[in-house]
Design a protein around this ligand. Structure first.
Ligand code: RRO
Length: 304
């Protein structure tokens, strides 16, 4: 098929991947996204070193332009997730990537090692949650820490390691370079954009945590710019994520430089968004006379 290719050593049947967080908390839902949804790969909800209940409700709000969330990294910790990951690995129609987080390089390594028995196809290091005291952007905005976290995980695993970046920094390419120096096999851009919404009748911020991360349509141009800049700055592949809900969005992200695209918010409206995007990309390639998908990756950089 037009869409098959290899990404950081993983064979994918298409370039559309389930983003971390969305429908990624159980093995069964990951499998559903792979089979019914048609995703080329699936990423889990981020898993950490200790169980966390997350932030108080409401923790996710639908806005006109996307979603605002402050889930607060709810997860059962790596021992509690092993069975789910194992189920996903045994039954998924596509590669399964374990998203992990920690507060230090050694905690990241501990979580990665702890999940290895379930044989994830790759790891995605979440150094970019915008509202996670000590866990998220505190690490992801510090190049030295990003390099150390990446190197610590690379040291203990033999599968590809992707590093998910935050857009809430002055220059995302510095952080991307740090991940590459640490040995990352790919970067993923972007995690959510810091945001807030206030209910004017009560005067209260709408999220239980007051502020959180914005995703969906509103963030697509931010993601496109980040991917475009990272494509120029790095040698490793850039995986694009942020506001993709149609094949046109996916093609745009790939032209910016994305080697593959992740879909998050749009999955809440329809799990088969992956198949829909893939058919659209395939028809576009055919119409434009491109023999395979690699022809459009970074195309926007060639136009003078
Ligand atoms: O769980 C969350 O609140 C969360 C995470 Br870990 C993340 O990486 N990004 C996000 O928007 N929310």
């Amino acid at each position: 098929s037009y869409l098959m290719y290899t990404l950081t050593g993983l064979k994918l049947k298409n370039p559309t991947i389930l983003a971390a967080g969305v429908l990624g908390t159980t093995g069964a839902s990951l499998c559903r996204v792979a089979r019914e949804g048609g995703a080329g790969a699936v990423v889990t909800k981020s898993i950490g070193p200790a169980p966390k209940t997350g932030h108080p409700n409401p923790s996710m709000i639908r806005l006109d332009c996307g979603f605002l969330n402050a889930m607060g990294l709810p997860n059962p910790s790596y021992p509690g997730f092993l069975q789910e990951l194992e189920f996903a690995k045994e039954n998924s129609a596509a590669p399964v990537i374990a998203s992990i987080f920690g507060g230090t390089p050694s905690e990241f390594a501990e979580v990665a090692e702890g999940l290895l028995p379930s044989k994830p196809d790759a790891f995605e290091l979440n150094v970019s949650c915008p509202h996670a005291e000590g866990y998220g952007a505190a690490i992801g905005s510090n190049p030295c820490l990003v390099e150390a976290v990446t190197a610590a995980v690379k040291d203990v695993v033999n599968v590809p390691v992707w590093v998910k970046l935050t857009p809430n920094v002055a220059d995302i390419t510095c952080i991307g370079n740090a991940a590459e120096s640490g040995g990352a096999d790919a970067v993923v851009a972007i995690n959510t954009v810091k945001g807030m919404a206030i209910d004017i009748e009560s005067g209260f911020p709408v999220l239980g945590n007051r502020s959180g991360g914005l995703s969906g349509k509103a963030v697509k141009p931010v993601a496109i710019k980040c991917v475009y800049d990272l494509y120029t700055a790095l040698e490793i592949p850039v995986i694009g994520v942020g506001g993709v809900s149609s094949w046109k969005d996916a093609v745009e992200m790939m032209m910016a430089g994305a080697a593959a695209v992740q879909v998050g918010s749009a999955v809440y409206d329809r799990v088969d968004v992956f198949s829909e995007i893939d058919s659209g990309i395939e028809a576009f390639l055919r119409r434009k006379g491109y023999s395979d998908i690699k022809k459009i990756i970074g195309l926007a950089h060639e136009v003078v």
